[in-house]
Design a binder for this molecule. Structure first.
Ligand SMILES: [Zn+2]
Length: 247
């Protein structure tokens, strides 16, 4: 039986809900320059363009075609039914985990649905597109809200809390994220170091430098519900789960 589980989710889990990803082929970075729309310098140069970029992402989340998939729902079920501790850390800025029902959730790269006061760092739920009219209520004069998104060159959110959870977890699962790029690469090292089982679920074949002990290849929406079922039944993940997931 596991007592403490950390789950890291990445672009792959959102892609299965129909959201466009950033890094993949046909990803957003092929149409937009990272330095223009995802750096503090780009925002200072042209805030309207950056806001337009995130407004489009926000619109996509709200156009009614994007829903949490079976993997999101399974993780919410795990949170509800698991007796031990669970923390879901996501690299995604969408709100699909929340919509599925997850509450013990950490958005390490920020949230598309929030704006942030650049002075106090307080966050505000966005009910509409970004514009000059979106200002904070914490300062006088009111400050223009910036996207609550971690840009290149900025520190991910909640690293201390993630580190602490990894230090004490006995199972670490990475879903739909390349396990070889930092910070995920560091997470799996930490979990391995503390004797946890480490499992990755990915559409693509395991990288040969992968530090994960188990690799389950396939769709997150198919594998994650099976994994969650096994965990809730008190089973330890093994190669047999691997076979079940692939079969
Ligand atoms: Zn403020």
């Amino acid at each position: 039986m596991y007592r403490q589980i950390v789950v890291l989710t990445g672009a792959g889990i959102s892609a299965e809900s129909g959201l466009r990803t950033f890094r993949d082929q046909d990803g957003l970075w092929e149409e937009h320059k990272i330095e223009d729309v995802a750096t503090p310098e780009g925002y200072q140069r042209d805030p309207e363009m950056v806001e337009r970029f995130y407004n489009e992402r926000w619109q996509q989340l709200h156009d009614g075609n994007v829903e949490p998939n079976a993997a999101h729902l399974a993780l919410a079920r795990l949170e509800n039914e698991f007796d031990g501790q669970l923390l879901v850390v996501t690299q995604n800025i969408d709100d699909l985990h929340e919509r599925a029902g997850s509450r013990r959730l950490l958005h390490m790269h920020g949230e598309l649905t929030k704006g942030r006061c650049p002075r106090s760092q307080q966050t505000f739920l966005l009910t509409d597109h970004f514009s000059v009219h979106h200002t904070c209520t914490c300062c006088i004069p009111a400050q223009r809200l910036r996207p609550h998104v971690v840009w290149f060159g900025e520190m991910p959110i909640g690293l201390d809390r993630i580190q602490h959870a990894l230090d004490t977890c006995d199972l670490f699962i990475a879903i739909g994220t390349s396990g070889t790029v930092y910070p995920a690469a560091g997470f799996v090292d930490t979990a391995n170091h503390h004797g946890a089982q480490t499992v990755e679920v990915n559409l693509i074949e395991a990288d040969r430098h992968s530090q994960f002990q188990y690799h389950l290849q396939g769709k997150a929406s198919e594998i994650v519900p099976q994994l969650v079922e096994q965990i809730l039944q008190g089973q330890i993940i093994s190669d047999q789960v691997n076979l079940a997931a692939q079969g």
